[in-house]
Ligand binder design. Structure first.
Ligand code: GLC
Length: 560
């Protein structure tokens, strides 16, 4: 059987939409975020408008056509605030000013308005667990006395040992090493991440007051909501008890520890929700690395609207595992009146086109990947990534697409050590390369000094494989990954959004299948052998079909 032309589908859906179908995402009776496709922009690596090698707001604005053609409902912009960029902007020095390398606050406002004029909302990233060490509050804390009010906005403690020479407890930074750094007068401050990111003390009234004000600042400028960074941190156990564990270096832990997923943090979330509810139509999504059974707590009616589902992102390419995760997430989000929030990749993990190209007995970890690896099957990784996109885009709920997913970009895992900028590389004592491999500037054109990212080289070198994957190469190729995404988004928007019935089907081992309503079925062959194609009309396939049916690592959308 020949593959279906995805281009035809896009044209068809656009035609139907332009004639008599209202877009369901425009239906005011449906909360827009519940089934939105949100595109994640990692500002430094998206598009460089001024040729300094660093992505910026001018570049973002220049690529709005791409986002509109892709058909996304919203963008989530990684932190764009003033920052020394020691953790890529998650070290904020001023929550109301834009980093001068990215542009100005006025430009950010214009971007929000320009994107909005094209029907694309803007979610901004809020980092409430810690500031940069360049934040005026932290500078004031360092300049003040140990018992001062300035210090109590952070977690400053005396050390242990005869002269306080040992850290106050055994907590470890997520990036590696102790979570405490000592200052000149002998006290220690807490940083669950890099030492340049001191943790804020949410028991100090200045902190919640300030974040209420920062939220209003961006909501007043048109932001449609917030992605809340490390939403599972914020509150630490009283008395700072030892965690009693060797280390959590290398990733946020799901085991109970005295500094993650504390019940007290929900009071803070409810306070934020009251601020959001002063405005129409706004939302917030939690980056909460918590066990699946704890996630609904974050999704209660007076808390977050969404929480990322990292279980799917952490799962191997396996139908049974996907099915269990999907069933759990749909049920548990539904039980608290929310919807699942699917993610395959983001700026913190190895890109899924590479994860899925490794044999299942190799555990790539989320940011521990080292290369080159002979066992990587690049073609298989991309084939599965395309099928995975069709799975997540057909599921009920919202889907987040990381920039470059729509191009099928692989991880750049052969970056030379001397270009690495992720603090994980330094903090792990040069044992973990970190996350730069998924943050390499994305290719817009097949050639040029940075494949159209900017007029000169980008801040991280791009692998040569990025050239052929450039957006302009894929734009008019009906078989490209970009066309697949465009078609899938167009069909989803027109036919799937607003469809509430969802049923997982048992079509045998290695097959993930589900219905949305009476007429739509998604079938993903995640096993090794070709499986039969069901009756009905094929509306989209992630790869050409066989004469016998659906080949391995292929997803199909069928209507009946
Ligand atoms: C989140 C961000 C990550 C950052 C960390 C500390 O996990 O996604 O990029 O390094 O928080 O802010």
């Amino acid at each position: 059987m020949a593959s279906v032309s995805v281009y035809t589908i896009v044209e068809y859906v656009r035609f139907v939409d332009s004639t008599h179908h209202q877009r369901s995402t425009d239906d005011p009776s449906i909360d827009w975020w519940r089934q939105a496709v949100v595109y994640q922009i990692y500002v430094r690596s998206f598009a460089d408008g001024n040729g300094d090698g660093i992505g910026d707001i001018a570049g973002m604005t220049s690529r709005l056509d791409h986002l509109q053609r892709l058909g996304v409902d919203a963008v989530w912009v990684n932190p764009w605030y003033r920052s020394p960029l020691l953790d890529g902007g998650y070290d904020v020095a001023d929550y109301r000013e834009i980093n001068e390398q990215f542009g100005t606050t006025a430009e950010a406002e214009r971007f929000i308005a320009d994107a909005g004029a094209r029907g694309i909302r803007t979610i901004v990233d809020l980092v409430p667990n810690h500031t940069s060490w360049e934040h005026p509050w932290f500078r004031a804390a360092l300049a003040a006395d140990p018992a001062s009010p300035e210090r109590s906005r952070y977690h400053f403690l005396d050390g242990r040992g005869a002269s306080g020479e040992l850290p106050p407890n055994d907590w470890r930074s997520v990036f590696g090493g102790p979570a405490w750094t000592r200052v000149d007068d002998g006290q220690w401050y807490l940083h669950l991440f890099d030492e340049s990111q001191p943790d804020l003390n949410w028991d100090h009234t200045d902190v919640p007051d300030e974040f209420d004000s920062v939220m209003r600042f961006w909501l007043d400028r048109g932001a449609c909501g917030f992605r809340i960074d490390v939403a599972h941190a914020l509150v630490k156990a009283p008395g700072y008890p030892d965690a009693g564990r060797e280390s959590n270096d290398g990733r946020a832990t799901l085991d109970p520890v005295p500094y993650f997923d504390r019940d007290g943090l929900h009071e803070i979330v409810r306070r934020w929700r009251r601020v959001l509810d002063e405005y129409d139509d706004r939302m917030m999504v939690a980056e909460a690395w918590v066990a699946a059974e704890r996630r609904p707590l974050y999704l209660r009616a007076d808390e977050y609207h969404q929480a990322f589902d990292f279980d799917l992102l952490s799962a191997p390419w396996n139908a049974a595992e996907f099915e269990t995760i999907i069933a759990t997430s749909v049920a548990s989000a539904g039980a608290v009146g929310s919807d699942p929030t699917w993610v395959l990749s983001n700026h913190d993990v190895v890109r899924h086109a590479t994860r899925y190209g490794l044999p299942t007995d190799i555990e790539p970890g989320l940011w521990l990947l080292d290369g080159p690896h002979d066992a990587l099957d690049v073609a298989r990784g991309l084939r599965r990534a395309r099928a995975a996109a069709m799975i997540t885009l057909a599921l009920p709920g919202s889907t987040y697409v990381y920039q470059g997913d729509e191009l099928g970009l692989p991880e750049a895992w052969e970056l030379p050590l001397d270009v690495l900028q992720d603090p994980v590389w330094h903090d792990s004592g040069h044992t973990v390369k970190g996350r730069d491999g998924c943050r390499v500037p994305i290719p817009w054109e097949p050639d040029g000094p940075s494949f159209g990212f900017g007029s000169g080289p980008g801040w991280l070198p791009q692998p040569s494989e990025f050239g052929p994957l450039a957006a302009s190469n894929q734009e008019n190729d009906p078989d490209s990954t970009l066309s697949l995404y465009q078609s899938a988004l167009a069909y989803r928007r027109s036919r799937l959004v607003g469809e509430n019935d969802f049923d997982l089907l048992d079509l045998g081992r290695g097959v993930l299948a589900f219905d949305r309503g009476e007429h739509f079925r998604c079938i993903a062959n995640m096993g090794d052998d070709t499986i039969p194609l069901p009756d009905g009309e094929v509306v989209l396939t992630s790869a050409p079909l066989d004469d016998d049916g659906i080949p391995a690592d292929t997803a199909v959308w069928v209507t009946r």
